[in-house]
Design a binder for this molecule. Structure first.
Ligand SMILES: Nc1ncnc2c1ncn2[C@@H]1O[C@@H]2COP(=O)(O)O[C@H]2[C@H]1O
Ligand SMILES: Nc1ncnc2c1ncn2[C@@H]1O[C@@H]2COP(=O)(O)O[C@H]2[C@H]1O
Length: 420
């Protein structure tokens, strides 16, 4: 059956399968609905941008059909005269799929199903409770009625009624070449499919900044995400320099992701050429793909007592480096005497820690961690760790462990179970 599908559909199915394997969602249907809604949203965002662009050139990309759901006309001459109407505009109200996007894609809100509305209210309230209390006011072009989710799985399609990518501007060939070079090594853009990448690129605005200028001020509300084409910048947290970066890097994502105040001040340390992406396009396109990992691991990392000392920035960087693994009951995760390669955070499940000749010496469960002793002390594994339930872990490789845990390393050392 699958082989009769088009190549594109087969690729989509494969991508979906990969997502399912990686996420292993507890609520399969909800996960699938969110996944495909996000996909459809991205596609329609792109089409909408294209439609606006073509309109400016007096080309109607999706002519209104004479009657809703009119069947294609049979005579060849008729079908040729409407040759461009191969499918309906994805933005018209009659689209039977549009009610999936309750508030979106030009739907009249009065036509919306009350139950769906209630469900959405409920989701928004739950989300509201989760979000930080200091959410800053949204920019004008946000739909004030709607909160935008920050969780990867509950990311809802946003309102497209009051959003056209107003910073959308086709880039010249020369700009495209320069941009291509700037983003080549930026992992955020490598995660995008080609349509989304093109949309994002055409929404970027060029900004020149002089040496010494403050680009972002800590505590301010987030408006733009930046990619550095030329020049260098320094980052300050509470007036202490914490970082610096140069061409090809990006910054300003945290406030847009978490609806939080800017976490650092960013100052140009030479004349800079930056590319800025507005908050809404960032949330609509990058949040669902490039930052999925951060959103996915956010709850876990926040809930781990050992990571309490990490800042939002530290947690974000840590999430970028994590991978997910699932172990079945009885499976050995770590074997005593082996060389240590990974550190493990238990998302859910249960494991036994045992030692040769001593049997089980410890039991660990949700939000505990293990595998730190070998990495901290450059020793072989000090115990065997075996799953006793289906266990989902986030793993962090040795180099990430040494680079990204910051102040949490001291807590790990203090808690070292072999020293107790
Ligand atoms: N150590 C750091 N702490 C916080 N933000 C940092 C740090 N280093 C770089 N940044 C960047 O500085 C940006 C300031 O604005 P944001 O909080 O939106 O996003 C922040 C990060 O992209
Ligand atoms: N009492 C214990 N002795 C040794 N390892 C333990 C003990 N309790 C939990 N562990 C964990 O088991 C892990 C086995 O691999 P590591 O030695 O890298 O790190 C170890 C700890 O994280």
């Amino acid at each position: 059956m699958v082989s009769s599908l088009s190549k594109e559909s087969q690729t989509e199915l494969q991508l979906f399968q990969n997502e399912i394997n990686a996420a292993n969602p507890s609520d399969f249907l909800q996960f699938s609905a969110n996944y495909f809604n996000n996909k459809l949203e991205q596609q329609r965002t792109f089409l909408k941008a294209m439609e606006a662009d073509f309109k400016a050139k007096n080309i109607v990309l999706f002519p209104e059909p004479e009657e809703p759901f009119a069947r294609p006309q049979s005579s060849q001459s008729q079908s040729r005269s409407r040759s461009s109407v191969m499918f309906k505009s994805p933005f018209v109200n009659e689209d039977p799929h549009s009610n999936v996007f309750k508030n979106g894609f030009n739907l009249d809100p009065h036509e919306q199903d009350t139950n769906q509305h209630e469900q959405e209210e409920q989701q928004q309230q739950q989300q509201h409770a989760r979000e930080e209390s200091s959410t800053p006011p949204l920019p004008m072009h946000f739909n004030a009625q709607r909160r935008t989710s920050v969780s990867g799985e509950t990311l809802q399609p946003n309102n497209f009624d009051d959003w056209t990518p107003d910073h959308y501007k086709e880039k010249s060939e020369q700009q495209l070449q320069r941009l291509e070079k700037s983003i080549r090594n930026n992992f955020l853009f490598n995660k995008l499919d080609s349509d989304s990448k093109r949309l994002v690129i055409n929404c970027l605005e060029e900004k020149s900044v002089s040496n010494g200028a403050t680009i972002i001020k800590q505590g301010d509300q987030g408006d733009y995400f930046y990619v550095v084409e030329k020049g260098t910048v320094d980052f300050y947290v509470n007036d202490n320099k914490v970082n610096s970066s140069g061409p090809g890097s990006s910054f300003g994502e945290l406030a847009l992701m978490y609806n939080s105040p800017r976490a650092a001040t960013v100052v140009a340390t030479s004349d800079c050429l930056l590319w800025a992406l507005d908050r809404l396009t960032f949330r609509k396109i990058l949040l669902g793909s490039s930052f999925k990992k951060r959103l996915m691991y956010d709850d876990l990392l926040k809930s781990m007592p050992v990571l309490k000392s990490l800042t939002t920035y530290d947690r974000a960087k840590l999430a970028d480096a994590l991978d997910t693994k699932i172990y079945q009951p009885g499976e050995t995760i770590i074997r005593e005497g082996d060389q240590g390669e990974n550190f493990y955070l238990i998302e859910y499940g249960a494991v036994d820690v045992s030692k040769e000749g001593q049997g089980v010496i410890n039991k660990l469960k949700d939000h505990d961690y293990f595998g730190e002793v070998a990495l901290l002390n450059d020793l072989p594994r000090q115990a065997t760790v075996t799953a006793t339930k289906r266990t989902k872990v986030a793993t962090l490789g040795k180099s990430g462990f040494q680079r990204l845990l910051g102040p949490a390393v001291d807590v790990l050392k203090l808690n070292d179970p072999t020293r107790r």
